[in-house]
Structure formats: C-alpha cells, structure tokens
Design a protein around this ligand. Sequence first.
Ligand SMILES: [Zn+2]
Ligand SMILES: [Zn+2]
Length: 200
Amino acid sequence: MGDKEILMDALKFHGHKCWASVVGVRAGLAALRTLNVPRSGGTQLYAIVEIGEEHGGMCFGDGVQYATGCTFGKGNLTKNPVGKLAVTLIEKDSNCAVRVSYKPTLREQIAESAFMKKRAAGVMANEIPEEEQMELVDLVWDAPEGDVITIGEVFDYAGNWLPEVMGFKPCESCGEMTALAYLRVVGTKQVCIPCSGYER
Ligand SMILES: [Zn+2]
Ligand SMILES: [Zn+2]
C-alpha cells in the first residue's frame, strides 16, 4: 500500500480530513521507518501517544493508530496525556524505541485556514466543505517531513511486557462472558467485577 493510500484510508476511518490526523499518519510512518519495522498486525509494536483530553489536535492519535497498527482494540496503544502531538513507538522484542513529535512550522498557515476559522467558530470538522478540509490535508502532507515532525534518536525502552491471558468464562452471576483475568471470587462463585461489588 502506498503512503498516500494509507493516508486516505486513515482519514476515512477518522471521519473527516484534518491536519492533525495527517501529522499522526506522518509521525507513525516515520516511526516505523526509523525502527525499520512493519505496521503492527499483531501486538509486536506498542505506542504511547501524548495527546490529552478535550483539546485541539487530538485527531493526531487516530493517524498514529492507523499508520502504526497500534490500536485501542489491540491494546498496544496507551496515552501519556500531557497535551502534545507526539508518539513513542516501541518494538517489543528488541525494546528499540523512537519518539516522533509535531514541529509547528506550518502553525500560522494552519491557523489562518478557512478550516480552522470554522473550527474556532464551533463548526464540526466533518461539516466543513470537503475542499477546505483537503486544503490543510494537502498542506501538511506535501510539506517536507522536517517541517512537520521531529524524529528523535532511537533509544532503549525499559519495557516490562505482560503476557496475554487467553480465555473467557461466563460470570456465574450475570452469565456474561468475561476475560479470565477479570473474574473475581465471591464466596464460591467466579463473577465479573460489576457483579462482585469490588472496585476492580
Ligand atoms: Zn480530525
Ligand atoms: Zn456478572
């Protein structure tokens, strides 16, 4: 798959076309290239994204997910929420890691775009005309890599990777399938956490 195809598929998954998700795709692809590893089809890679909650540019995280294959569902993505558009990608076998962060060279051009003016006025990103969405996508995608991201040195990440516990059992109270590691013992029964009354 070509990089542009990855980008367009990522934007389709994301739901609208925006600069931050493009930065995420570029950061993810650059991290894969730097570590010389393929997209994580399984959980070979682990990503730590630094976006926080309820702020602009969080769309970065979706670009990273799509490009790297480190996803919410596979559980090989976590947030260190410090409000930055940055990701650390780690190859779990070797613990080789790299941090890639957003470089705001295009900041003013982005801020002055029709897209961002509408976003600031409270218009939902997907309700902004397609050509105004694509204007920023093209700006961030076509810019030289060094104008969009900073790629750190490869370093050794002190990973402590837990093995996957396979298997499910029905909760003996509500009957819902529950992953083994999340069953709790109450009296003689193995039950899910909500049925157990325990906090976790
Ligand atoms: Zn977005
Ligand atoms: Zn239950």
